[in-house]
Design a protein around this ligand. Sequence first.
Ligand SMILES: [Zn+2]
Length: 85
Amino acid sequence: MKLTVNAERADEQPSEDAVRFACPECGAVVAVTQVQGDRCPGCNFEFNWFGPGEERTARDYFAVLTRRKHHVSLASGLGYIVAHE
Ligand SMILES: [Zn+2]
């Protein structure tokens, strides 16, 4: 019996490591999987994901942004999202 290697596997993994929430700018449901670099499909805001122990870091980061921005507190244990242009 041969095993078939699925080259697409990386794209089909369940998104257990993703956090989903409504974009604070446009309301689209977004899934963030990376610490940085994910963007909203609706408004193209970029998200930075901070862990639950990084509230201070998230607030410091938020404070230095000069364009449109949002600070989101995720459900318990999931941390914080800073969304920005
Ligand atoms: Zn958006």
